[in-house]
Design a protein around this ligand. Structure first.
Ligand SMILES: [Zn+2]
Ligand SMILES: [Zn+2]
Length: 401
């Protein structure tokens, strides 16, 4: 490789790393959440690595029970930062004039309806009215299901899905997630027991193409963590139906206090393949909400332009021989990328690879030594960004020992 092309290549790699690894769409946040300011919300989302946030306003009453801001607050914030935020429209559905309020904000640019978190039956005339508006505007509805409190009667929700086959519904909250378990006790909000598959939620996701699941909040995280063996199968089974959301009100955006960042890390850790994690982290949301993703990165090497493709084998073959150089020259960027992925790579830089996931350059870590057995490295590939190592096995020779 000529000096010129090598430098160009390295610069491209560095730029990709600095822009973080992959898009993240957070479909569930609120303005004025527990008194959090807009600036604090922006800092929180940035820290989590979110590239686009969907703001869910409260209706004109109840404040979603947490003092969340209403329609005008989300329009204002998205207006100031259109590259960061999209928003839904909302109103208490059984209030007179609710339909007009929803229509007003959908015409202004809302891309969905919700968070519907109000004391109504989930199959009430009010919810059917909301579904009619959603169909008229071609947008989904996000519902908070909570036993004896909000959108009651989840066992009858299939009738709503059947009556409105062209409307997409997104389920959220304690009663939605508790019901992944066939043996769910309705009063238990955060069950810790092992999951018996085939609960109401599991069936709705399987049986109805217009039903989706929002993994946000303590309820979504709990559904994954209460039984990780079950969660892996669940993520695989519903890989086209699940959406990452945070719904946390903290101001830190990382660590134990931030359920959103924990949920993101848990999805990446438990998803059986990197491709499944990618769908849940942003692919499904982009499709469902018709959101544009950042342009795919391109990488120049000499005269040949490499389009980042989904074909990992091709990219791997192309990149492998430059990795040693990169490791030497981009030590700091690699450390940064490693920290992003939850790894302390200090002193262990030999175990860093590069990979491409759905068109995006990511740093990869694994148990391989780049300078060790070159042949093995050529035949192995660990795609890893907070995901489990050894998921990818390009040439069929098995994971690293
Ligand atoms: Zn919420
Ligand atoms: Zn948080």
């Amino acid at each position: 490789m000529s000096e010129w092309s090598r430098r160009t290549f390295l610069a491209s790699v560095a730029a990709s790393l600095v822009h973080a690894a992959e898009p993240v769409i957070d479909i569930h946040q609120h303005t004025n959440y527990a008194g959090r300011s807009d600036d604090e919300l922006i800092a929180h989302q940035t820290k989590m690595g979110v590239t686009r946030t969907v703001l869910l306003p409260s209706g004109s009453q109840y404040g979603l029970d947490v003092g969340a801001g209403g329609n005008d607050s989300v329009v204002a914030l998205a207006g100031r930062h259109p590259e960061k935020f999209s928003y839904f429209a909302n109103e208490v559905p059984d209030l007179a004039g609710a339909r007009q309020v929803l229509e007003k904000y959908l015409k202004l640019g809302a891309i969905g309806i919700g968070e519907q978190k109000f004391p109504v039956e989930c199959d009430s005339p009010a919810i059917h009215m909301v579904a009619e508006v959603a169909e008229e505007f071609g947008v989904p509805i996000l519902l908070h299901f909570q036993h004896a409190k909000y959108n009651m009667g989840i066992e009858r929700f299939h009738t709503v899905l059947e009556k409105h086959p062209r409307v997409n519904f997104i389920g959220h909250a304690q009663t939605w997630w508790g019901n992944i378990d066939r043996n769910h006790q309705p009063e238990v909000m955060y069950p810790k027991t092992k999951v018996a598959p085939g609960g109401i939620t599991d069936r709705l996701l399987s049986d109805y193409p217009n039903m989706f699941g929002d993994l946000s909040a303590g309820s979504g995280l709990n559904a994954l963590l209460r039984d990780e063996d079950h969660a892996q199968g669940f993520l695989a089974r519903h890989q086209d139906k699940l959406l990452f959301g945070s719904d946390c009100d903290d101001r830190v955006g990382e660590g134990a206090a931030c359920s959103g960042s924990r949920c993101l890390a848990t999805i990446r850790r438990l998803a059986p393949t990197a491709g499944i994690a990618t769908k849940i982290v942003y692919g499904n949301a982009a499709r469902l909400l018709r959101l544009k993703l950042p342009e795919r990165r391109k990488l120049r090497r000499g005269a040949a332009q490499l389009h980042f493709a989904d074909d990992l084998t091709f990219v791997h073959r192309t990149l492998h021989f430059t990795l040693e150089v990169i490791v030497h020259q981009l030590e700091r960027e690699l450390e940064w990328a490693g920290r992003l992925a939850g790894y302390d790579l200090k002193g262990d830089l030999l175990a860093v690879h590069f990979a491409v996931a759905d068109g995006t350059l990511v740093a990869a870590t694994g148990a391989a030594h780049l300078t060790g057995n070159g042949t093995r490295f050529l035949h192995q590939f660990n795609l890893h960004l907070g995901r489990r190592p050894g998921v990818f096995d390009v040439n069929g020779t098995g994971p690293f020992p």
